[in-house]
Design a protein around this ligand. Sequence first.
Ligand code: UGA
Length: 311
Amino acid sequence: MRSLVTGVAGFIGSNLAERLIGEGHEVIGVDCFTDYYARSVKEKNIKGLLKERKFTFFEADISCVNLGEFLTGVDYVFHQAAQAGVRSSWGAEFDVYTSNNVLATQRLLEACKGLEMKRFIYASSSSVYGDSKELPLREQSFLKPVSPYGVTKLAGEHLCYSYWKNFAVPVISLRYFTVYGPRQRPDMAFHKFINAVLNNENIEIYGDGEQSRDFTFISDAIEGNMLAMKSDAAGEVFNIGGGFRVSVNEVLENIQEISGKVAQIVYRDVQKGDVRHTLADTSKAKECLGYTPKIDLNTGLTEHWKCLKGS
Ligand code: UGA
């Protein structure tokens, strides 16, 4: 089996590529090392992969290179590359979001037209739902993103559907719900909170901390990809959630318990683009893919903590 993973040096891409290699796939990994966070962090993410005989890496921007050579003989495409981050997608930055999330996705889909691939998995996001009052969020819920980032991820989903409908590119979109665990992006909450506690620094909470998320441990998100890869649900969209919803304040209590340290918390303004609550209804993913999240918050956070602490 041969797989292409875009955004392979990122949090989810690198973990996914390792799992695929572990299952005997040959993996072509592509990443353009956007400057959203340090290149050194991404290089570290793929350090182990680069030693694998079955892994080939290309540094390239998929929005502007000829994609033919990456796609030759590929059975599965995992399109994880994106400009991430909900809160930083305003203003002039939007150019980068449209280029990396919309244009790059369209170019990749275009290059996949007519190829004999088995599955194309698109990394979507819970941010496509926006500030829905109705929880849990179902795939058929009303979609009204409240951040430019969410708008671009939804545009990507729509492009995927269009290429499936018109050209039979066998696309499945997975809406990830705030993924955490080893290698989480440095701008994300758990990474920042744990590091702040380890270094006795202030933790900035946006708003009152009562906003809540369905947090998904990385191994569950990866399992969602593996199940989608094997399924026959082309053209469909699935929520990939962690199976629980907790507030940011509860997360902090948990981190303090795990670390045995007292967090220094500073409350800041609510950030534009942040939704108040998310919770995934994963019944469709369960029924069609066999997906059931396995890692509870305490187990996942403990692992995340140990990883950042270096033990
Ligand atoms: C995350 C990812 O950053 C997106 O790329 C992804 O698409 C999205 O999840 C998703 O799965 O849909 P977010 O939910 O904002 O977005 O994740 P975090 O950055 O981990 O933030 C979680 C919560 O903590 C938010 O309510 C945020 O306001 C809060 N937070 C974050 C703080 O209070 N302080 C911080 O320093 C960081």
